[in-house]
Design a protein around this ligand. Structure first.
Ligand code: GDP
Ligand code: MG
Length: 137
């Protein structure tokens, strides 16, 4: 069953020059890139993207971080793309949860600056794709 998922290479990933490394891992996994763009992130887009975390204590820091520099936004496509990308991304905390071999475990230390975002469900993917790529059918 083909799915789409919204992936971000967060500002730390772009600043640390891991765009090629991360896209390479995505391609090696076998996922297709349906859309790809380097974007600066307006605050309203960041708030809408992370709306589910609005009440969390880390929300203000998260908005500062995600708007601190350009991100690479992508739509990935493939069988079970949502789970497949989250598998290669690893758990949210690069040290506590992420398994070695994943993007976060291999390349990050910080629970906030953890390099990538991937949609967590079909509903989130649809919502996030329409936020980041409003023109995409
Ligand atoms: P994800 O789906 O694995 O990215 O994790 P969540 O949806 O739970 O959180 C969204 C993002 O918020 C994470 O990727 C981190 O960048 C950040 N984040 C999550 N939990 C924390 C936290 O406890 N502290 C801080 N500072 N940031 C967090
Ligand atoms: Mg999430």
């Amino acid at each position: 069953m083909t799915e789409r998922t919204l992936v971000l290479i967060k500002p730390d990933g772009v600043a640390r020059r891991y765009v090629g490394e991360i896209l390479g891992r995505i391609e090696k996994k076998g996922l297709s890139i349906a859309a790809l763009e380097l974007k600066s992130v307006p605050r309203e887009l960041a708030s809408a993207h992370y709306a589910e975390h609005e009440s969390k204590p880390f929300f203000p820091d998260l908005l500062e971080f995600i708007t601190s520099g350009p991100v690479v936004a992508a739509v990935l496509e493939g069988p079970r793309a949502i789970a497949a990308f989250r598998q290669i991304a690893g758990g949210t905390d690069p040290v506590g949860k992420a398994v070695p071999g994943t993007i976060r475990a291999d390349l990050a230390l910080d629970g906030q600056q953890n390099l990538v975002h991937g949609s967590d469900s079909v509903e989130s993917a649809e919502r996030e794709i329409s936020l980041w790529f409003p023109g995409l059918s």
